[in-house]
Write a protein that binds this ligand. Structure first.
Ligand code: ADP
Ligand code: TRP
Length: 331
C-alpha cells in the first residue's frame, strides 16, 4: 500500500484554505492509504519562536485534525517534535542541499521580503526539513494545496540526490496529491490572492469561527459596484468569491448566481448571504466537535502518544537503514 505523509505548521487555527487544500484530502485518504499526518512544530519555529503559545498552537491543530474527521485508529497522527529521527534525517539531507537552490525557493523569497529582519538558516532550509518529513516514511503521495508544489519538487530533488550519491534506490519520489484534478487554491476574502493566516484579519474564515463571525466576514468581503456588461470577465475580487462558492455551495447555487452575474442582475447582498450560509453549513459539524474534543485532555494525550509511537517506529527503521547506507558503523 502506498504511504501518504502531510503536515500543517502549528501557527494557530486552521482556515478554509487549510481544510480544502489539505485536511479534507487527509480525511478521504485515510481509508485508502497508509497515512501519516503530523503537526509541524519544528517548522513553526522558523517564524514563530515563542514558548508561550507553542504548545497551545500544537494542541489547536491536533483538535482540529480530529474534529475534521481524521481517525487516529486509521491514520497515524503525531507531533513532529515527538519524532527526533526527522531532525536527524534533516541533518543528513542538509549536507547535500545547496545555497543557490534554497535561495531560489519562492516561499523563501516571500519570507525574506516580508520579514527582512528574520532571515534565519531554518527558514532557508525549510524545504529540506519538509523533505525529511516526507521521505522518513518513504511516502509517495503528499496531500497539499497549490502553494506547496515547489516544495514537493525540492523533496524529490533531495531524495534523488541521496539515492545517486549513495548508489541506491532507497527513497521513492513523493508527489503532491489532491482528489480533484488540480491542486486546490482557496482564495481569501480581501479581494486578492489566497486565504492565509498571514494575510490580515478578515481574509480568512477559520473552522472554529462562530456562525456570526463567518457571516460578518463574508458580508465585509471585498467586492465592487457590480457588472456593467453582460457576460463580462469577473475582476479578481468577484472571481474569488465565486471560487469560494464553487467550493462550499452546490452546483445549482453556483450556476444560479453565475447566471445572474452574467445577466447583470446579481445583488451582492444576496450572493454573500448565500455564500456565508453555505460556509456555516460546511463547517458546522467541525465547529461542534472542536469544543467537545478540546475539553477532552486525556483523549488528546492518548492520541498523541499512540501517534508518536507509530511514527517513531516507522522513522527509526528508516534512520537505521540510512545510517548503514551513509556508512556509520559501530566499533
Ligand atoms: P498558511 O498559508 O495559512 O500559513 P500553511 O502554510 O500552514 O497555511 O498551510 C498548510 C496546508 O494548507 C498546506 O498544505 C497548504 O498548501 C494548505 N493551504 C494553505 N492555504 C491554502 C489556500 N489558500 N488554498 C489551498 N491550500 C492552502
Ligand atoms: N510546508 C507546509 C506548509 O507550510 C507544511 C509542511 C511541513 C508539510 N512539512 C510537510 C506538508 C510535509 C506536507 C508534507 O503548509
Amino acid at each position: 500500500m502506498e504511504t501518504v505523509v502531510s503536515g500543517i505548521r502549528s501557527t494557530g487555527k486552521l482556515h478554509l484554505g487549510n481544510y480544502y487544500g489539505a485536511v479534507q484530502n487527509f480525511v478521504k485518504m485515510q481509508h485508502e492509504y497508509n497515512c501519516f499526518f503530523f503537526i509541524a512544530d519544528y517548522h513553526s519555529l522558523t517564524t514563530h519562536p515563542t514558548p508561550e503559545n507553542l504548545h497551545g498552537n500544537v494542541k489547536q491543530v491536533l483538535i482540529e485534525y480530529l474534529a475534521a474527521g481524521i481517525d487516529p485508529e486509521r491514520a497515524t497522527i503525531y507531533v513532529q517534535s515527538d519524532v527526533p529521527q526527522i531532525a536527524e534525517l534533516y541533518l543528513y539531507l542538509n549536507m547535500n542541499a545547496y545555497l543557490g537552490e534554497l535561495e531560489r525557493s519562492a516561499s523563501f523569497k516571500d519570507k525574506v521580503r516580508a520579514h527582512p529582519d528574520n532571515v534565519n538558516a531554518g527558514l532557508l532550509t525549510y524545504p529540506v526539513l519538509m523533505a525529511a518529513d516526507i521521505i522518513i516514511h518513504k511516502a509517495t503521495k503528499v496531500p497539499v494545496g497549490k502553494d506547496q508544489e515547489q516544495h514537493l519538487e525540492m523533496a524529490r530533488t533531495f531524495g534523488n540526490r541521496f539515492n545517486r550519491l549513495y548508489k541506491t534506490e532507497y527513497f521513492p519520489e513523493p508527489y503532491a496529491f489532491s482528489f480533484s484534478d488540480k491542486l486546490v487554491k482557496v482564495p481569501g476574502l480581501d479581494g486578492k490572492g489566497k486565504m492565509g493566516k498571514s494575510e490580515g484579519e478578515g481574509n480568512a474564515v477559520y473552522l472554529s469561527d462562530s456562525e456570526e463571525v463567518i457571516r460578518k466576514k463574508v458580508m465585509r468581503a471585498v467586492s465592487d459596484s457590480g457588472p456593467t456588461e453582460e457576460d463580462q470577465e469577473k475582476p479578481e475580487a468577484i472571481q474569488n468569491l465565486f471560487d469560494l462558492m464553487k467550493i462550499v455551495s452546490t452546483e445549482d447555487t453556483f450556476m444560479h448566481f453565475d447566471s445572474l452575474y452574467n445577466k447583470c442582475q446579481i445583488r451582492y447582498g444576496d450572493f454573500k448571504k448565500q455564500l456565508a450560509e453555505d460556509m456555516v453549513i460546511a463547517t458546522a459539524p467541525m465547529r461542534e466537535r472542536i469544543n467537545e474534543i478540546a475539553a477532552d485532555t486525556s483523549y488528546l494525550r492518548k492520541v498523541s502518544q499512540l501517534g508518536a509511537e507509530k511514527a517513531r517506529e516507522s522513522a527509526s527503521k528508516t534512520i537505521k537503514e540510512v545510517r548503514e547506507i551513509i556508512g556509520f558503523k559501530h566499533f
